[in-house]
Design a protein around this ligand. Structure first.
Ligand code: PMP
Length: 326
């Protein structure tokens, strides 16, 4: 019994009950642990789907180059899929990302270009603009654009959503997830709401991101945009994968609260996960404490693994320097 390629191991990740960090809560809180994917993150699912859909549409041909702006996890997923299919990869990242993420992408054969974080998306130096320019310059290249490529949402509609429905035997009442491109929450929410329209989708947002205010007021408020530290969630743009009708509400979580909960998940639950996982759990528990009863089953998605944050969240000196630890 063997797989023909590691990409065949994507999906069917475990759903694990949280027992300690939930102290005293009546509701059942279950974590969908996405680091079990071969690239150690949820993004493997959409990376392979974006590539296969592009091949079918004739947008990606043998010997082609995949160019993407990625905070790291999508790059890993794309690199795994590219190795299965013989494509080259070039990724643009912001200088906010962990050095681990950059080195991991290089290890799996990608070329990495680091761009400044604190420039507007339309600035020619931004990681969006650099990826777009390279796509125009390099022949036979494909720019998946995870923000606006609806194969991203479709991957979660086809796999993650059905898995959660089956693993909870249809008992899930709430689903919570951080929102970056929006593919994860919207694909899962669409599937779950089709099974049971009463299921609520809770989006976790960062301070410094536009989503929550936009959901509540319909206003794209540039004053909401300022630098923050949490990686992979919150945006200064409105990606096409974010369908606000599929997200019932947003909760903002501070960098510090997310970081501290990440460490608790590792210590108390044995879940050595990434920063946005702590953010998601912190926000989900805040909601659960206020709104949920013993009949509720909340599934919270944990996007990636702790190794990528060894120099930050799991480094006491860094945590102290950021003011997150005394
Ligand atoms: N957490 C991490 C660590 C991520 O890399 C991402 C992807 N940007 C997310 C959360 C958010 O997932 P999505 O893009 O599907 O909204």
């Amino acid at each position: 019994m063997y797989l023909n390629h590691i990409t065949e191991a994507i999906g069917n990740t475990p759903l694990v009950k949280l027992n300690k960090v939930t102290d005293g809560l009546a509701a059942t809180i279950l974590a969908k642990v996405e680091y079990f994917n071969p690239g150690n993150s949820v993004k493997d699912r959409m990376a392979i789907k974006m590539i296969e859909d592009a091949e079918q549409a004739g947008l990606l041909k043998p010997g082609g180059t995949i160019i993407e702006g990625t905070s790291g996890n999508t790059g890993m997923g794309l690199a795994l899929a590219a190795s299965a299919k013989g494509y080259k990869c070039i990724f643009t990242l912001t200088d906010k990302q962990s050095p681990e993420k950059i080195n991991i992408l290089k290890a799996v054969g990608a070329d990495v270009i680091v761009c400044p974080t604190n420039v507007a998306p339309e600035d020619p130096q931004s990681y969006y603009s650099v990826a777009k320019r390279l796509n125009q310059e390099i022949p036979n290249s494909f720019y998946p654009n995870q923000y606006d490529n609806l194969s991203n949402t479709a991957a979660h509609y086809a796999t993650t959503g059905p898995e959660i429905w089956q693993q909870t035997e249809g008992k899930v009442t709430h689903f919570a997830s951080g929102v970056g491109t929006g593919g994860t929450i919207c694909g899962i929410s669409k599937y779950l709401k089709e099974q049971n329209p009463a299921i609520k989708a809770i989006g976790l947002d960062t301070y410094g991101s536009v989503f929550k205010k936009y959901k509540e007021t319909g206003i794209f408020d540039k004053n909401e945009i300022y630098p923050y530290k949490t990686e992979g969630i919150g945006e200064d743009i409105l990606p096409k994968n974010v369908d606000f009708n599929l997200i019932d509400l947003f909760i903002k979580v501070t960098d510090k609260d997310g970081a501290l909960m990440t460490r608790r998940l590792a210590k108390e639950e044995g879940l050595f996960v990434g920063w946005s996982c702590g953010t998601a759990v912190h926000g989900a528990l805040e909601y659960a404490r206020e709104h949920l009863t013993q009949d509720d089953v909340l599934v919270v998605l944990l996007p990636d693994h702790g190794t990528r944050y060894l120099g930050k969240i799991y480094n006491d000196d860094w945590m102290r320097a950021e003011g997150y630890l005394d």
